[in-house]
Design a protein around this ligand. Structure first.
Ligand code: ADP
Ligand code: MG
Length: 332
């Protein structure tokens, strides 16, 4: 979309300009978006806030309305980290929503008895709802328990109910206890499901539920919180992944790492980020997710931040990260 020279020279009222430009970007084609982004004026060094806003507007315009490429084959990613509170669930639901908003068909499998992913997606998961428990323990078909997420087209969820808390123990005595989820996914594939991406949200432990996820997928997606103890426990997770790779699933590997709750004001966040990037240069996504109140507020409204506040820094970061994952998956 051509932008008049007078527009470019105009003294920038960045907040209103940003909103209008983003609105325009939603209707713009790829090339137009590049032109629009280039047209955002860059304030001088004396206004750091203005510069940040201009930069984030530019990124937002480039990302908004982009259609993500479909993967070569449907991808299944297990979102795991045995530490609690590192952003597994937040990452699962927001990456899934960002992908669905960008044209992909996405299924979230909630494998945490707490059902936080189901809650965040606004999915009914009271005790009587058919759920992942029925799939794992009763052998019910996965597609029978899937529900659509009403706020995002193309996004679906297999919910977790409180029953799942018992599954960890009930599974022990069942045949093929480590591969029940894998069987269910294989059966769904054989029945011709249309999901491009399946993201499995794991509980904060390395028990049978997490093992089932790792047997059912070839890719592990690890969210790492940018805090001091971030790398502690990671070696345990990697050891477990190696064990499962050796005995149950030779294709298993860590494909994706996302830095979450990044706080640009602290040296600690930067140090942790640098260390993780040095250890895992190809796995870590370039985008990192900032600590943001909007991200943590969204679940209490049964929404992801992608619909709760799509123009927030957290939504933008998740959109950027989802785009990177999709681009990687589209390479043959
Ligand atoms: P996990 O699933 O690993 O236990 P959660 O995704 O539930 O972790 O996140 C733990 C807490 O941190 C939640 O209260 C969540 O809202 C909050 N949180 C996650 N990501 C962010 C973020 N980028 N900014 C602020 N709060 C966040
Ligand atoms: Mg969780």
């Amino acid at each position: 979309m051509p932008v008049a020279a007078s527009d470019r020279e105009r003294a920038p009222d960045l907040t209103t300009d940003a909103a209008t430009e983003v609105e325009r970007a939603e209707h713009a084609s790829g090339l137009d978006r590049v032109a629009l982004a280039a047209s955002i004026p860059t304030p001088g060094d004396d206004t750091p806030l203005g510069r940040d806003l201009a930069e984030s507007t530019r990124r937002r315009i480039q990302l908004t309305g982009r259609v993500f490429p479909k993967p070569v084959v449907p991808r299944v990613l297990t979102v795991a980290n045995q530490k609690g509170g590192v952003g597994k669930t937040t990452t699962t639901v927001n990456i899934a929503a960002a992908m669905a908003q960008s044209g992909l068909q996405v299924l979230v499998v909630d494998l945490d008895p707490q059902g936080n992913a189901s809650t965040a997606l606004g999915i009914d998961h009271h005790a009587d709802v058919p759920s992942v428990y029925d799939v794992l323990v009763e052998g019910r078909s996965l597609l029978e328990v899937v529900q659509p997420c009403v706020s995002v087209d193309g996004l679906f969820c297999a919910p977790a109910t409180i029953d799942l808390a018992g599954a960890e123990i009930e599974l022990v005595s069942l045949v093929a206890r480590e591969s029940r989820l894998n069987r269910a996914l294989q059966a769904a594939a054989a029945a011709g499901h249309s999901f491009d991406y399946i993201l499995i949200d794991c509980p904060p432990s390395l028990g049978l539920l997490t093992v089932n996820a790792m047997v059912a997928s070839s890719e592990i997606f690890i969210p790492i919180q940018c805090e001091y103890y971030a790398l502690e426990g990671l070696s345990q997770l990697l050891k477990n992944i190696e064990l499962i790779k050796a005995h149950l699933n030779p294709l298993l590997h860590v494909s994706t790492i996302l830095l979450t709750m990044y706080d640009a004001r602290t040296r600690l966040s930067a140090q942790v980020a640098q260390e993780v990037r040095e250890h895992f240069p190809t796995e870590v996504l370039s985008a990192s997710v900032p600590r943001s109140v909007r991200v943590s507020e969204a679940p209490s409204f049964g929404e992801t931040v992608m619909t709760y506040d799509p123009s927030s820094s957290g939504a933008l970061a998740y959109l950027e990260a989802a785009g990177e994952i999709a681009d990687r998956g589209a390479r043959p």
